[in-house]
Design a protein around this ligand. Structure first.
Ligand code: G1P
Length: 828
């Protein structure tokens, strides 16, 4: 997955680096970006988008060559015409910077097992002159919580205590100040550096000494000797070396190690990387580590560029699992932890990777559901750790209840583990009740709901029925599901009173059908708490249900499974009729939202993609209606120059009655950008209706845009493309899981239903490379490469499977597939 590009200017590229010990970084070709363990432990100063263009407070080295200063980050006047080549791989960065005198080649990565970021910087004389080189690192250590970026920035520097070692510095603040109070600090931060056979002759750790009346760009203290360790000051790791001579073609290697640790081990750990063999071996380990993820799912489709891009897409869900939605330059919000929706979306790819932790993670997540059908919104790092909200403000996202079933159904289909539905899990309990609209006093201390003083455990199926029934019945005056504080679109947050989401009305309706179908497969009767039964059977309304479960004291009853199925189907069909009658705009497309005035938002000329996407994805339309929707959506929203299907037409007004999204300039983020997640879910829906050429056009346009140099996407697919078709919010996006799912389920047609494998390819003519298209994926625990052969170059609709060969044998039955499979297509 290595990729090399020549940089003719700063495109704002960045790459994440991380290891499973919890160290995370973003790094740019100019060594900007930051390094941290979590929100409260940033080693380098936290960055956001602007920092992609200011690199002074990050990793830098100053080389004074024949009396002239050069920066590793290239930020001096004389380096503006350097040639710069960037290489990225899984997950490391190499930068080659060339000027008329010397080359700087830097390799950077975070090793698999240590809490350090390491850099090997080779300086090579490429001129005919003899060069005299003075080297000093210039790495400001931030060493505190992101909260202190402005808040208490100065007083937190008073906490700093620094120690000079023979070739580096250790900095351990006495306390840690953040919103949790003033705590004793246990973390040490460090910078160590080494050049073989060249002595360290000065160490400067006080940033004031280093600046010495100059500035970060023109520091005047580079040559100060015998400075005192920075105690009570901002800290820099400035480690200077004796001058050395480089004859033509000669080179020297500087190793720089930046770290953080709770232990007293940073000096030892850092020195390990000064050995070049160790450095190279650790780099190989890193490559092998990330390859183990991308090996689990990959594609040969369309062309080499597309297939290579997809390797990065496979890594994206892994990145999101560890970075959440925070910690990269565009992702400058949140404090770690993950949102409820994203938690379930990210599991989609873990299921595809057959990750052994899936069962447990999935099961644990159900413990975040409250007995009123709402859920904890932020999930901590440990399994089963739930928090009401990052800011302790409780909101209800009306889509939250819909995702768990989609993910659980996928898990059951992949594994055939229907029993999972009958596993028993607890419920989350805090002060909120009535879908968080009311507060109660008596809550259990361990946040687990009690019944007669013992923790109550209901089946996973009960949790799912509860979430979907409550959401389904929580309707507004138009008879659609209430929008509450937003749905999938986080930016629709200002229609709390009268807002409705027609989009998720489709999703919940279909979920009831999915539940009915799953229950059909179970041996009855079905156990549940009585209030839920009464709600499903319309014996009580939602309000009475909330009143009943506020002080949970229910009987647990057994319900006849056929009665339950029938009831769920009644709810489903009734809602379909409602949609048919009231959601349409002149049989051309669907309404998506009701605003806080209680009005439907769209007309014949306007459209929101979410309503169309959720209808197709939920298959709540008949074929003819789906085709009508697809036609209008293409007309109103398909703009290939921006990467494909835009999120909405231009409403050209701020819409305080709907949400903050419409305060954004049109074409950005949740106001009409090409938002990958929704676009791909829409395209998934197109494939469900066999609208394959439209679907293919949709996802290939998105991929081609990501590959377009002007889109400035270094790797993978971005969250969205803006009004200049520039990709924003790289790497951490739920769309990656969906693109993988789309390709695997629909395009390559790897269909698993309750553990039974079928192949239903929907590959188009151009998907094949020289008549072949393949997917490597894990099917029921076995890694299998499925190659479709289309020698006659037939398009979708004109071929059928005529032969399947595995282990040299023609096979008919896929149930025992354990090895690679060759699938031959021929005319219908
Ligand atoms: C991001 C969020 C996601 C949210 C979406 C729209 O999208 O992570 O939860 O639904 O914005 O507001 P992503 O690109 O991650 O899918």
């Amino acid at each position: 997955m290595e990729k090399i590009i020549k940089l003719d200017k700063n495109y704002g590229h960045y790459l994440p680096l991380f290891n499973l010990k919890g160290l995370k970084a973003s790094i740019t070709p100019y060594f900007g970006g930051d390094l941290k363990l979590d929100h409260h432990h940033f080693v380098l100063e936290p960055v956001s988008e602007l920092s992609l263009f200011k690199h002074q407070l990050s990793r830098n080295v100053i080389f004074t060559v024949n009396g002239q200063r050069y920066f590793l980050n290239g930020d001096t006047e004389i380096q503006q015409n350097d040639e710069v080549y960037l290489t990225i791989g899984g997950l490391y960065q190499k930068v080659l910077r060339k000027n008329a005198l010397f080359d700087l080649s830097t390799t950077s990565f975070i090793p698999v097992d240590d809490l350090v970021e390491v850099h090997k910087i080779e300086i090579k004389n490429n001129s005919l002159k003899v060069l005299e080189v003075d080297t000093i690192t210039a790495i400001p250590l931030y060493g505190r919580s992101a909260d202190n970026l402005r808040d208490h920035r100065h007083v937190t520097s008073l906490l700093n205590r620094t120690m000079h070692k023979s070739n580096g510095i250790l900095m351990k603040p006495t306390l840690s100040f953040d919103e949790r109070g003033h705590l004793e600090n246990h973390y040490t931060y460090s910078v160590f550096a080494d050049i073989k056979d060249i002595k360290v002759n000065r160490i400067i750790s006080n940033l004031d000494d280093f600046i010495n009346g100059g500035s970060l760009n023109f520091p005047r203290g580079l040559n100060l000797k015998d400075t005192k360790p920075a105690n009570g000051y901002e800290v820099i790791g400035a480690i200077g070396f004796e001058k050395f001579i480089l004859k033509p073609n000669e080179s020297k290697v500087l190793t720089v190690v930046i770290g953080v640790s709770k232990e007293d081990d940073l000096e030892k750990v850092s020195e390990k990387y000064f050995d070049s063999k160790t450095f190279e071996d650790e780099l190989k380990k890193v490559e092998a580590h990330f390859k183990s993820y991308t090996d689990k799912l990959n594609f040969e489709i369309e062309n080499k560029e597309t297939s290579e891009l997809l390797e990065w897409v496979t890594l994206q869900p892994v990145l999101r699992r560890y970075f959440g939605n925070s910690y990269l330059p565009h992702h400058d919000y949140g404090r770690g932890g993950r949102g409820w929706r994203d938690l379930w979306q990210d599991l989609l790819s873990l299921i595809m990777f057959n990750d052994s932790s899936v069962n447990e993670l999935l099961f644990n997540n159900f413990a975040g559901i409250r007995i009123d059908g709402s859920n904890a919104t932020i999930i901590g790092d440990k399994p089963g750790e739930f928090v009401a909200d990052r800011n302790k403000i409780v909101r209800v996202w009306s889509d939250h209840g819909a995702w768990p079933l989609l993910t659980t159904k996928m898990y059951i289909d992949e594994t055939g583990n229907l029993e999972f539905l009958l596993k028993k899990q607890s419920y989350f309990d805090d002060q909120f009740t009535h879908y968080t609209h009311q507060i109660k006093e008596n809550i259990s201390e361990d946040h687990k709901l009690k019944l007669s003083n013992t923790t109550y455990h209901g089946t996973v199926l009960e949790h799912l029925l509860l979430q979907n029934m409550v959401a389904h019945l929580n309707t507004g005056k138009h008879g659609f599901v209430k929008l509450e504080d937003a749905d999938w679109n986080d930016g629709l947050d200002m229609a709390h009173d009268l807002g409705e989401t027609i989009a998720f009305t489709h999703f919940y309706a279909n979920n009831l059908k999915v539940l009915a179908d799953l229950i059909t497969e179970l041996d009855g009767p079905i156990e549940m708490f009585e209030s839920l039964y009464l709600l499903i059977n319309e014996k009580i309304d939602l309000h009475s249900f909330f009143n009943r479960v506020k002080h949970f004291n229910d009987r647990i009853i057994l319900v006849d499974k056929n009665e339950l199925i029938q009831k769920l189907e009644i709810h489903y069909f009734r809602r379909l009729r409602h949609i048919e009658q009231f959601a349409w705009i002149k049989q051309s497309h669907l309404q998506s939202y009701v605003n806080n005035f209680g009005d439907l938002v769209d007309n014949e000329e306007t459209m929101n993609l979410t309503g169309q996407a959720m209808a197709l994805l939920s298959e709540t339309l008949d074929q003819e209606d789906a085709e009508a929707v697809a036609d209008t959506t293409k007309k109103l929203l398909f703009r290939p120059e921006f990467g494909g299907y835009l999120l909405n037409t231009n409403y050209d007004k701020v819409m305080m009655e709907l949400g903050r999204a419409y305060g954004f300039q049109y074409g950005h983020k949740e106001n009409g950008a090409m938002f990958s997640h929704m676009a791909i879910m829409y395209i998934y829906g197109l494939y469900r209706y066999n609208l394959v050429s439209l679907g293919k056009e949709g996802f290939q346009t998105l991929i081609n845009k990501a590959l377009d140099k002007d889109a400035q996407v270094l790797a993978g697919i971005p969250e969205y493309f803006n009004d200049q078709a520039v990709g924003k919010y790289l790497y951490l996006t739920g769309s990656a899981s969906w693109l993988l799912k789309l390709l695997r389920d629909e395009v390559f047609g790897i269909k698993l239903v309750l553990g039974k494998l079928m192949l239903e390819p929907k590959l188009t003519q151009t998907d094949f490379i020289n008549g072949k298209a393949s997917i490597t994926t894990i099917i029921k625990g076995n890694k299998v490469k499925v190659t479709y052969h289309n020698e006659k170059h037939l398009d979708y609709g004109n071929y059928k499977i005529v032969k399947m060969i595995s282990q040299g044998q023609v096979i008919e039955n896929l149930s025992d597939l354990k090895d690679n499979l060759e699938v031959y297509l021929d005319e219908l």
